[in-house]
Design a protein around this ligand. Structure first.
Ligand code: DX5
Ligand code: ZN
Length: 217
């Protein structure tokens, strides 16, 4: 497996100063940005859409990891790819067979991620484990930043780490902070999404470094 990376979740930034926040998080050592897209149906909240992703694309060259929390992701992969997404992650809960959409994301030139929520058993990934470039294990019910980490994610990460046919990048999202990040990395997570843990810090660089140190230990 490769090294670990902390992916700041822009959802937790100050949107009134978006350009400054992107510059600051990049200066703090971020190597990827996680963008949360919510539709008010799949999750009980709304966030940002295509124009804001486009704006972020113009502000940075960092890879954009776009997490689609949508009932109908198939309608949106193309617009978000055009807006500058490098990875597009869709949810297994709304896709009886995720393979065609994962293939389509790849054909658009992005990497394809598949995510499951805490109540969804990891075994649903078994038939499509080779079709995803990335698997995103949710450690909270998606919709809001700042929730408590659900350790059910750790068993799922271990299951994927031990799976002989899983070559996907393993990502974890929700409640990742100084207390929980080491366990996530130990269970096999390589991409560690952190929203409030990063943007809630006084000094972004210091917190990014601390999280990376805990993940690498
Ligand atoms: C949850 C989102 C997360 C969220 C994480 O709905 O998918 O990416 O921003 O926020 P924290 O790190 O604060 O739990
Ligand atoms: Zn997310």
């Amino acid at each position: 497996r490769n090294g670990v990376a902390v992916a700041p979740s822009v959802l937790a930034c100050d949107f009134g100063h978006l350009a400054d926040e992107i510059a600051a998080i990049e200066a703090a050592g971020a190597t990827v940005l996680h963008l949360d897209i919510m539709d008010g149906h799949f999750v009980p909240n709304l966030s940002i859409g295509v124009p804001v992703v486009q704006a972020i694309r113009r502000l940075t060259d960092l890879p954009l990891d776009v997490h689609l929390m949508l009932d109908n992701p198939a309608d949106y992969v193309e617009p978000f790819r055009k807006a500058g997404a490098d990875n597009l992650t869709v949810h297994a809960e709304v896709l009886p067979d995720p393979r065609p959409l994962l293939d389509r994301i790849r054909s658009l030139g992005a990497t394809a991620g598949l995510s499951i929520n805490p109540p969804t058993p990891v075994e649903v990934l078994e038939p499509v484990i080779e079709a995803a470039d990335l698997v995103l294990i949710m450690s909270v019910m998606p919709g809001f930043g700042g929730q408590a980490f659900d350790p059910v994610a750790l068993d799922k990460l271990r299951w994927l780490s031990d799976h002989p046919r899983c070559e996907a990048v393993l990502e974890v999202d929700g409640g990742v902070n100084e207390e929980t990040i080491a366990a996530c990395a130990k269970a096999g997570a390589e991409l560690l999404v952190a929203g409030t843990a990063v943007f809630g810090a006084e000094d972004y660089a210091e917190r990014m470094a601390e999280l990376a140190r805990l993940a690498e230990a």
